[in-house]
Design a binder for this molecule. Structure first.
Ligand code: FAD
Length: 483
């Protein structure tokens, strides 16, 4: 049709039709719309993405394709080798389908931003418009600023300002958009459309990946159930790994099957004033969503964070230890510290780890073993179903005292007392460290002091916490003195 406007929506980490800013804009401004997802195995490899995460994305793409088909939008899935090819592929498809405008939601990581710059250039050479929207955060990066217009470097004042802006403009969830005219492009007629579902080999039993359903009803139900049944007591239960006290929604937020606005709107439906009730469980959960925003805002303000650099520059001077065997013991859950080992084994076997345990295991690697946080960051990304560059980097740098932790570097978690505090009866430990199942409660956190310890095949602690703590503090002190 002459002068008909065709929009192309490029899906990346926003795999949903509800509350999707780019999709909504494309539908409002175009006569018909097509969509594309560029699958880049090379990029997955470079970013060390876990197979269980790839599996989740692929399953979700199947759902997205059906949801888009229902509103008359075909989804092309193109496999490309790298970022540049992704940009070229989008440009080629845009030309081929006589698209006049390409829409996407921004990704804030360095490589992704470069990819989008290339795409913008390629498209403008062809006279095709390109619009990228801020959609991944409730308040867009760059908007939460100090009075001097600087980005916040510490969480608490960031949160205060974030809440002030939030009160001024509460997020609204956009409904599924309507297209003016169904696209005549059918997916099956596109020879380059490739659905890569069977290419990933999961090392876990399939049931573990199915703990992460991808259909809309199941995800929304998980959110609703959390808000109505668990949010109220979230602050009391969120630190106990043996209790199912957190939402387990992070994989969906990471890939955008769910938006942060949907999460907060669902919370406000049950607790309309929770943002003014700092003692409440609901506020405590909102606080975690704000942490998610904080790390994304930091990534935009300090691009070095996605380039392997520490947030605190002086920590570049730390002399990290090199020990393949200690790193392997940590990765395989054989450190001799039960809470660390239980957490690391759960991660390896299921792709999941509770937040408290992420903090304990990260502290153990970077402080007790004095191994570079980058090793841990990489390992987590290669295992986690919710692996997300901003949150993972933020969490690792926080734990390693190279990031935004307001506490000084000499905060070192004691893995034994952390276990005693957050898994008092050893229920979580026994679930994952089967060798310890018969160890009495009294000894579960220090099984080697149990007289029956000789009978169990469990490694002796690979470090002495007390002296390791002092060594770590000394290494940080020396690095700081080199300023
Ligand atoms: P809930 O407790 O229900 O919280 C709700 C949501 O808030 C989460 O789904 C998540 O999107 C966000 N959130 C919660 N805590 C944090 C936090 N500390 N920082 C940023 N966002 C948060 N989170 C990831 O999504 N991906 C990661 O790769 C990741 N790596 C981490 C690595 C380390 C070393 C640490 C300490 C934390 C990491 N986190 C990561 C943050 C946190 O552990 C997970 O978001 C949380 O455990 C997910 O469980 P949940 O969905 O039940 O969270």
């Amino acid at each position: 049709m002459a002068n008909s406007k065709t929009g192309l929506v490029w899906f990346r980490a926003d795999l949903r039709v509800v509350d999707n800013t780019a999709l909504t804009a494309a539908c409002q401004r175009s006569d018909n719309v097509i969509a594309i997802f560029t699958s880049t195995p090379m990029q997955w490899h470079e970013h060390n993405v876990a197979p269980i995460q790839v599996d989740l994305i692929q399953r979700r793409l199947g759902v997205l394709r059906s949801q888009l088909a229902e509103i008359g939008i075909p989804l092309l899935i193109n496999e490309v080798a790298d970022f540049e090819e992704a940009a070229k592929s989008v440009c080629e498809q845009a030309q081929k389908h006589q698209v006049n405008h390409v829409y996407c939601n921004k990704q804030y990581e360095w490589n992704e931003q470069k990819r989008d710059e290339i795409t913008g250039h390629l498209l403008s050479e062809q006279g095709i418009k390109f619009s990228a929207f801020d959609d991944a955060c409730i308040i867009e990066p760059g908007k939460v600023q100090t009075k001097n217009g600087d980005p916040y470097k510490v969480f608490t004042p960031f949160r205060k300002e974030w809440l002030r802006l939030f009160r001024l403009a509460m997020p609204k969830v956009q409904s599924v958009p309507q297209v003016k005219k169904e696209s005549e492009t059918s997916v099956s007629s596109l020879s380059e459309a490739l659905f890569v579902h069977d290419k990933i080999e999961l090392t876990y039993p399939k049931k573990d990946s199915l703990q992460w359903p991808v259909d809309e009803d199941a995800i929304r139900q998980r959110l609703r159930t959390f808000c109505s049944e668990k949010a109220q007591i979230y602050h009391e239960q969120r630190d106990i790994p043996a209790i199912d006290g957190t939402s387990c929604l992070s994989p969906y937020l990471t890939h955008g099957a769910l938006s942060p606005r949907q999460c907060v709107s669902a919370l406000l439906e049950v607790f309309p004033h929770c943002f003014d009730e700092p003692e409440s469980g609901a506020f405590s959960w909102l606080n975690e969503i704000i942490w998610r925003e904080f790390y994304r805002h930091l990534m935009v303000a300090f691009p070095r964070l996605s380039r392997d650099q520490p947030f605190q520059s002086w920590t570049r001077n730390i002399s990290w230890r090199q020990s393949e065997s200690d790193l392997a013991a940590w990765q395989q859950g054989r450190t001799g510290f039960p809470i660390v080992d239980a957490a690391m084994r759960q991660l390896k076997e299921t792709g999941w780890m509770h937040n408290r345990l992420r903090m304990i295991t990260a502290s153990f690697l970077t402080k007790d073993l004095l191994i570079n946080w980058r090793e841990g960051e990489r390992w987590f990304m290669s295992q986690l179903v919710d692996g997300d560059l901003a949150a993972n980097n933020g969490g690792w740098q926080w734990a390693a005292s190279t990031g935004t932790d307001a506490q000084p570097y000499f905060r070192v978690f004691n893995p034994t007392t952390q276990g005693e505090r957050f898994d008092p009866d050893g229920k979580f430990i026994r679930t994952w460290v089967h060798e310890l199942k018969d160890v009495p409660d009294k000894f579960i956190h220090q099984p080697h002091s149990w007289p029956g310890a000789v009978q169990i095949n469990y490694p002796a602690p690979i470090v002495d916490h007390k002296s390791a703590r002092l060594a770590a503090i000394e290494a940080f002190k020396i690095a700081k003195e080199q300023l």
